[in-house]
Design a protein around this ligand. Sequence first.
Ligand code: PLP
Length: 457
Amino acid sequence: MASSIPERSTAEWQALDAAHYIHPFTDHAALSKKGTRVITRAEGVYLYESDGRRILDGMSGLWCVNLGYGRRELADAAYRQMQELPYYNSFFQVAHPPAIELARLLSEVTPPQFKHVFFTGSGSEANDTVVRTVRHYWSVLGQPQRTVIISRHNAYHGSTMAGASLGGMKPMHQQGGLPIPGIVHIRQPYWFGEGGDLSPEEFGLVAARALEEKILELGPDTVAAFIGEPIQGAGGVIIPPPTYWPEIQRIVDKYGILLVADEVICGFGRTGRWFGSEYFGIRPDLMPIAKGLSSGYLPIGGVMVGDRVAAVMTDQAGEFHHGFTYSGHPVACAVACTAINILRDERIVARVADDLAPYLQQRWQELASHPLVGEARIVGLIGALELVKDKASRQSFPDPGEVGLLCRDLCIANGLVMRAVRDTMIIAPPLVITHAQIDELVEKARLALDQTLEQLH
Ligand code: PLP
């Protein structure tokens, strides 16, 4: 049978796109002036546009294609599973081998407190599941008043009602009356932007102690959980000072509050450890996962449920009235099993830690001396450049976002995808990038910085 996706010219795709397609996170007035870029295929770390142009994908799609594009084993796993059992669910006392096997594999690669998983279709659904699980947990334990979940400003936890509420993105809250009740936000550990005269170490403690202040303000017996991304991704790759997470761990332990580490971006090798929680030495009770779980080849997410919560959920909680049609979708699970096996068999996480991260770190730091760059920071294969008006005082540009957008467009014109968060340029390339491709990434980034500077004068 012929493909259902016909051959069309770029102009034809753009016209159809403008006529029919409402894009996520897109200003359509701006889009209609430019016309959409159309990506037709990809291989390794490279994307190809409809006109044949090749672009190095410095963002792994949306931080997900950790194994790079075109992995035949993942396509084969999907094809085989679609023929064997394309769909069945796990509601009502039934399951199937791909979901059970993926649950087993996850219990092997996650920290030791995790032996259970609840599957979802995405990271947002995983965070909705977190809200429901946390509240159900406390209710079963006879503390139904413990409903409040504390998150951070400028966090990103997805785009469903609960995900966007847990997130701390003001523009998202302004649309649709968010956050939903029982979710509050404290300051973020963003030293470059908010640390003032404090050292990063001092600021890390100040930012973490905002959690204790909020717990005391609300009353400790009303607080159910604290949620944070080990490294804030969409907020601008905010790498907390080394003092931050240990202090957060001390505070949640002191008040008996559940700790949720959103590993949707940091999980599956991004930091050079399997999970960001391991990089920072924290012990979460729940870990939302998605993205790198299937390397983005099919939509799947989940919540790793630690022993403390699993004991209650499996022994005392009765029926949990929660689940999705695509929870544990067999084809997505089969692909995720294969993605995890590739990460393990090819020792990709160790290669990130021992080889790729040190090399990228060294090359990335070279950009710190550029006149536009106030800070170049990186952990594993996730990094950021802060573009500033004045390096010494960390003074930002008057119209936040304008310079970042200019730099992003110049990157794309040079054949590199870097994302702009306001005036912070961010990267998270596939974990299979080579040294030569790291050189290409850094050189294209430098060229775009030079061109941005030129256009500012
Ligand atoms: N959590 C984090 C930390 C994320 O970065 C994202 C997406 O970028 C999500 C949750 C939401 O995942 P999804 O887009 O799969 O719903």
